[in-house]
Design a protein around this ligand. Structure first.
Ligand SMILES: Cc1ncc(C[n+]2csc(CCOP(=O)(O)OP(=O)(O)O)c2C)c(N)n1
Length: 555
């Protein structure tokens, strides 16, 4: 087989059904083999779209997302998508063509040192130097991407190696020296953790994206409900525990609920599961949870005690560790604690002005009501993302797809395309800002060409809302380059020009019927919600403050 054929055979062995990408000179041998391969290839309109779509596919399905691009600009266009996946521990294999082996380092046409460029943003990367290594490298790439703390792996494949020939053997096993992720937690530490929880008066589960990746939502549910322990989630943890359950405190951190932040700050024991104490969660680290002991369950030893000193570290897979932990648990007495939390919830609910005007929070709430929370919701970045986190009641894991770690505007729409391909039949929304949606708007063509009924809800405030909010609150209302008014496209006409449907919604009472109508349309739909412009996301913890020092929440 040729190298290109070997690559395709390896992808088939890895059960790749869908991949995303864009062609170019040095990947022509691969594209030639893809022409009649039993893999659905999705031609995006920009390589960044391909990387985010692969990421969205991976988040929605739990499988490895695969993307393919040519050398030079094709490869560098993947970079933001790879970095996004890296920050959020998403399993992805990115394949790039490279110039002929003997030209590497020669400033050849469309040459970029993509392994050098992506070294800090991949879990691992390879430049294939010999066709004999190719099958092993692909096998290893899928293994590394999907095991331990998942992440993106890049394979750079020179065009001459794609054309060479070799007999094809796919290795059965993977042996990588020095790479043995720990799945089982230390039994002694698990027992210590169980005792600490049983003795606690004010315990709280702090649940992150690792819980969803590990498939540990059921265990979190069991631990919380049987033992009456309240649960707060990070942005990426949303869906791990149902927002509709009374033990749910919603999201914590910068735009978390007042009651989640107060509960964390007042707790005597934090049980962290697959979360990494990101600075958007901790706020001022020195002031974070002053009374709490911390149990930290994480598969990545490098994450443990990285920003916050923990008392009981447990390195291991969240699901495996929680299963063990549950066996050793004795129910703590949390009655008084839950009462206190109920009081906070009552006094400081999430709220927004209900004055009959079209407010963005209402749009999110209505999408949740109409779909009964049974949808996959992607977001862009900014206010749209935070309102989604606050007002959409996520009930299931793998239904909230958002760029948490990198905060990549332009992520949501291509991610929604990937999710729609991975989960046909499930309604998929991208809740967007009018700024973010323009960053990968070219993917309208991909969505329409593949008949993907993705619904894009643009919370159109005519500005880069989240940055405008910071300028209003911290820069004396000096709105420097955050206003998009007068230079915006007509999103309805734009969608229609691609063959998608477009709607404009200007009044509150039109919101629900529009969402219902959009769901009934078997096509990509852009909904242009003309929302109140100066709406802010509250509560808010100013950067660098302790997380109970909220504006717009309780003091
Ligand atoms: C690629 C990228 N560039 C810049 C930013 C910085 N940034 C964060 S939020 C934001 C504004 C987003 O505006 P919009 O998409 O309209 O959403 P809104 O906040 O109005 O909901 C910007 C510019 C970013 N996160 N990502």
């Amino acid at each position: 087989m040729t190298g290109a054929q070997i690559l395709i055979e390896c992808l088939i062995k890895e059960k790749v059904e869908v991949m995303f990408g864009y062609p170019g000179g040095v990947v022509l041998p691969i594209f030639d083999k893809l022409y009649d391969a039993p893999i659905r290839f999705i031609l995006t309109r920009h390589e960044q779209g391909a990387a985010h779509a692969a990421d969205g596919y991976a988040r929605a399905t739990g499988k490895v997302g695969v993307c393919l691009a040519t050398s030079g600009p094709g490869a560098t266009n993947l970079v933001t998508g790879i970095a996004t996946a890296y920050m959020d521990s998403i399993p992805m294999v990115a394949i790039t063509g490279q110039v002929k082996s003997f030209l590497i380092g020669n400033d050849a046409f469309q040459e970029a040192d993509i392994t050098g460029i992506t070294r800090p943003i991949t879990k691992h990367n390879y430049l294939v130097e010999d066709i004999k290594d190719l099958a092993r490298i692909v096998k290893e790439a899928f293994h590394i991407a999907s095991t331990g703390r998942p992440g993106p792996v890049l394979i750079d494949l020179p065009v001459d190696i794609q054309q060479q020939e070799l007999e094809f053997h796919y290795p059965e096993k993977v042996e990588i020296r020095g790479y043995k992720p720990t799945y089982e937690g230390h039994p002694g530490q698990i027992k210590r953790a169980a005792k600490a929880i049983s003795d606690a008066k004010k315990p709280i589960l702090y649940v992150g994206g690792g819980t969803i990746i590990s498939g540990a939502s059921e265990e979190v549910r069991e631990l919380a409900i049987k033992n009456e322990i309240p649960v707060t989630m990070t942005l990426l943890g949303l869906g791990a525990f149902p927002a509709t359950h009374e033990l749910s405190l919603g999201m914590l951190g910068m735009h978390g609920t007042a009651y989640a932040n107060h509960a964390i700050m007042d707790s005597d024991l934090i049980i962290s599961v697959g979360a990494r104490f990101d600075d958007r969660v901790t706020g001022k680290v020195e002031a974070f949870a002053p009374h709490a002991k911390i149990i930290h369950i994480d598969i990545d030893p490098a994450s443990v005690s990285k920003t916050v000193d923990v008392d009981i570290p447990i390195v291991g897979d969240a699901k495996t560790v929680l299963q063990e932990l549950i066996k050793h648990m004795k129910k703590p007495d949390t009655k008084a604690w839950l009462q206190q939390i109920a009081e906070w919830k009552k006094s400081y609910p999430l709220k927004y002005k209900d004055d009959g005007l079209l407010r963005p929070q209402y749009v999110v709430e209505q999408i949740c009501e109409v779909t009964k929370g049974e949808a996959i919701i992607c977001t862009e970045v900014g206010q749209n993302q935070m309102w989604t986190a606050q007002y959409f009641k996520f009930i299931k894991p793998r239904t909230m797809l958002s760029s948490g770690g990198l905060g990549t505007m332009g992520y949501g729409f291509p991610a929604a395309i990937g999710a729609a391909l991975g989960k046909p039949g499930v309604p998929v929304f991208d809740i967007a800002g009018d700024g973010s949606i323009q960053m990968n708007i070219q993917e309208l063509a991909t969505a329409v060409a593949n008949k993907l009924p993705v619904k894009v809800a643009i919370l159109n405030n005519c500005c880069l809302g989240m940055v405008r909010q910071w300028q209003e609150l911290f820069y004396n209302k000096r709105y420097s380059y955050t206003c998009l008014e007068g230079v915006q496209p007509d999103f309805v006409k734009l969608a229609e020009s691609y063959g998608a449907a477009g709607m404009r919604i200007t009044k509150k009472e039109e919101v629900r019927p529009a969402i219902e109508k959009a769901l009934a349309i078997d096509n990509t739909v852009f909904m242009d919600f003309r929302v109140e412009r100066e709406e802010n996301v509250f509560p808010m913890v100013p950067a660098g403050e302790a997380i109970n020092r909220m504006i717009g929440g309780m003091a």
